[in-house]
Ligand binder design. Structure first.
Ligand SMILES: O=C(O)CCC(=O)C(=O)O
Length: 320
């Protein structure tokens, strides 16, 4: 180790002091990294006495308390539920007030869109120009606008049927239903419990293999499967380990293979959505979605109860 202690090591000492690690353990690690015992003890003592650390510590105590609250509530989280019938009263009392997701099997069975097929839609709307996300690499979400491309609905359908992968996706924000010429599609949708007006629908159209990375939204929504199948992973906002890996609304953890350590302990519920199935995704719940076949889904979020919480973003939160 060089003369001046590397900044990462000072940060490492500070983090571990704040975690309550004893000096001996810190010194042992620093000695293992090449410091003499005296020097290691000096460095730990300097960090421990730093007024900067004292300032941070009072805020960390508050966050640590909140973390305990989250852990307590997490222990009491019931397992994810699936139902075949759900009225508005039950949705409100059990799931809305409980802030719990629910899979509603066959909830959208009555939507006329259940009769959609890729070929049928291409025949009706093939010539219509649409926006899609294209050339999606691993971190496309850091520059969504940079991936917007113009194509036709017919070409999108061919991509869906002839390719597998995550490169091209007409996601919700591509706003297919608001696209000139595609307006008639909205007439084939319906409402699920709790929704009012037109339910504020957004279509998601893509090939097998599209992956919407782990993220949370700032409003509650139904995700409804219309054509094909998707696999969904969900985790409660009380899973505090996910707080270390958030970037804005997204999370770098891949729910299919969480990294070793505390992230392995995150309790993900996973299930498949078939045509007609819907899942209620409460605001703040982490979710990741992978298309298992060419897929058309619709997300809906116009509820009769307050559902939008634009302030909620733990990935960018500061303490009050
Ligand atoms: O279906 C997808 O790919 C993602 C859907 C989603 O994230 C949502 O409805 O909030």
């Amino acid at each position: 180790m060089s003369e001046a202690l590397a900044a990462e090591w000072t940060a490492w000492i500070a983090q571990n002091v704040l975690r309550g690690a004893p000096d001996e353990a810190l010194v042992a690690t620093l000695v293992g990294a090449g410091l003499s015992e005296d020097r290691a003890l000096d460095e730990v003592t300097a960090v421990r006495r730093s007024p900067i650390l004292a300032g941070a510590a009072s805020l960390v105590r508050r966050s640590a308390g909140v973390e305990q609250v989250a852990r307590l509530l997490r222990e009491r989280m019931p397992p994810m539920e699936e139902v075949d019938a759900l009225d508005e009263d039950e949705l409100y009392r059990t799931f809305w007030l409980g802030h719990r997701p629910v899979v509603f099997r066959g909830g959208a069975r009555g939507f006329p869109a259940m009769g959609w097929s890729f070929d049928g839609l291409a025949e009706r709307f093939g010539e219509i120009p649409v926006d899609v996300l294209a050339d999606r690499g691993a971190d496309w979400w850091t520059d969504r606008e940079g991936h917007v491309a113009r194509t036709t609905f017919g070409a999108l359908v061919r991509t869906c049927l002839d390719t597998v992968g995550d490169a091209v996706y007409a996601d919700g924000r591509s706003e297919l239903l608001a696209t000139q010429g595609l307006e008639p599609l909205a007439a084939d949708l319906g409402l699920l419990p709790g929704l009012v007006g037109d339910g504020f629908p957004r279509l998601w159209v893509g090939p097998a293999g599209t992956v919407t990375p782990l993220h949370h939204d700032q409003s509650t929504g139904w995700l409804v499967q219309l054509v094909g199948r998707k696999r969904v992973w969900m985790a409660s906002p009380l899973e505090v380990a996910l707080m270390s890996t958030t970037h804005g609304l997204f999370n770098t953890v891949d729910a299919r293979c969480p990294p070793a350590g505390e992230l392995e302990e995150v309790r993900f519920s996973t299930f498949e959505l078939e045509p007609g199935d819907a899942v209620l995704i409460p605001v703040g719940w982490w979710h990741q979605v992978e298309a298992l076949t060419p897929s058309i889904s619709v997300s809906m979020g116009g509820f009769r109860w307050p559902a939008v919480h634009t302030w909620y973003c733990p990935g960018r939160a500061t303490l009050p």
